[in-house]
Design a protein. Structure first.
Length: 414
């Protein structure tokens, strides 16, 4: 049995977690991919071309200033021969498998296998559009070329924008082995392209996690223990509840939450709390860490590289200078404080989070609420730095647990 692959075929991602944008393969029997707009060309979950020649590329990685919102779509756009000025990039909500791995860590968004897959995504769609134009004109596809979101047939001086080919391309088969460009043909890759989100950042339009505002939203902060692993023994919230604007104080898994009408009121209430902590055996401090490092430095380690003979060279010098530099333990502190906005109601949980780990955030929320992944929506905002810190989900846990105890959306800020 043979099955034709069309633009409406659901394309399931089969790649590794490294790719933020990629082409999938069609699996017979899976539901068809439903087009969001009439006559739009959506050959996969990553690219949509509208009749007005607007190209929308979906980003499934988190933008935190490293430039993936520009770099990943730029790779696709280059192979697609798209007009970069007419490209819009939209951020994907968390999904368990639709986009492959969404974790954004380790500088792997481009290098971690995405490079070829991104190119193949753009090249595949480009070939489909060329085939559609050639079929309409009755010419050999090899006699056509593409540039700036249009297909050209120079011999007959004809051209069609991608937008005018959306309907024609809809029923075509998806090429299995698209022809990639020679690097000498790159138009955007390797060039100095301004980041696509710079204008919004300069004008203040970019929405970071802390910028999220919802009707009737409350604000909260969670007071965490002074050492990792400690727990709340008891707390006195009488003075905290006297602070103007403070509405509720209660214990959550990782500390004590203070809910208020503003972040400032929540912070003031948190300072007024009297908490007794059970630190257990968790007493590690900076001095202990420094001592353990010094002790380890005295032991012979694993040799990763060995150039020359240091001992022999040192014997030939008249004098040498030795210095030891120490710095205290430094947390991966981000410029934008850790935060998450959560709303739990009527069997659904909705999050707005500057997270490097959308899928992990979704799973965490589902586990805490008892919901399925389908009942949890994670909107990924712009991140004010990441450093890997936002790949953890403790701040997600704080927000979800707090939201479960208040009848309103709540923004939890560390």
């Amino acid at each position: 049995m043979s099955t034709s692959v069309s633009r409406r075929d659901f394309l399931k991602v089969t790649s590794s977690a490294g790719a933020g944008l990629m082409m999938g393969v069609y699996l017979p029997g899976k539901p068809r991919f439903k087009s969001a707009a009439v006559d739009s060309f959506e050959p996969n979950v990553w690219i949509k071309i509208s009749p007005d020649n607007k190209i929308t590329i979906t980003l499934a990685k988190s933008e935190m200033g490293q430039g993936v919102k520009t770099a990943l779509p730029m790779i696709v756009a280059d192979e697609l021969d798209a007009d970069w000025q007419n490209v819009e990039v939209v951020q994907a909500d968390a999904h368990p498998d639709k986009y492959g791995g969404m974790m954004t860590v380790g500088s792997r968004s481009v290098r971690g296998g995405a490079w070829i897959r991104l190119r193949e995504t753009g090249a595949t769609v480009r070939e489909m559009l060329v085939s559609a134009a050639a079929k309409r004109w009755g010419v050999d596809p090899a006699s056509c070329r593409t540039d700036n979101s249009s297909v050209y047939h120079d011999a007959s001086n004809r051209s069609l924008t991608y937008g005018k080919l959306t309907a024609d391309a809809s029923g075509l088969k998806v090429p299995k082995k698209p022809q990639l460009k020679d690097p000498s043909q790159f138009k955007y890759i390797g060039k100095s392209i301004p980041q696509i989100d710079t204008p919004d950042k300069v004008s203040g339009k970019t929405v970071f996690g802390l910028d999220v505002r919802l009707p009737d939203m409350l604000y909260a902060t969670v007071v965490h223990p002074p050492v990792f692993g400690a727990s709340v023994k008891s707390f006195d919230d009488r003075e905290a509840l006297k602070v103007a604007g403070v509405k509720k104080v209660f214990q959550v898994s990782l500390g004590v939450a203070v809910v208020a009408k503003s972040t400032w009121a929540a912070f003031k209430g948190a300072k007024a709390l009297q908490i007794k902590w059970d630190n257990g055996n968790f007493s590690m401090d900076t001095k202990d860490i420094s001592k353990s490092f010094r002790d380890l430095a005295k032991k012979r380690g694993v040799v990763a590289r060995n150039d020359g003979n240091t001992e022999k060279a040192m014997k030939k010098v008249d004098s040498h200078l030795e210095a030891v530099y120490e710095v205290p333990y430094l947390a991966h502190a981000t410029m934008e404080p850790m935060n998450c906005t959560a709303h739990v109601k009527q069997g659904r949980c909705e999050l707005w989070a500057p997270t490097q780990n959308p899928q992990g955030s979704q799973r965490t929320a589902a586990q805490l609420t008892g919901f399925s992944n389908d009942q949890v929506t994670v909107h990924v905002t712009q991140l004010g730095c990441g450093f890997g810190r936002r790949s953890r989900t403790d701040f997600i846990q704080d927000a979800v647990e707090t939201a479960m105890k208040v009848d309103a959306p709540v923004q939890v800020v560390w």
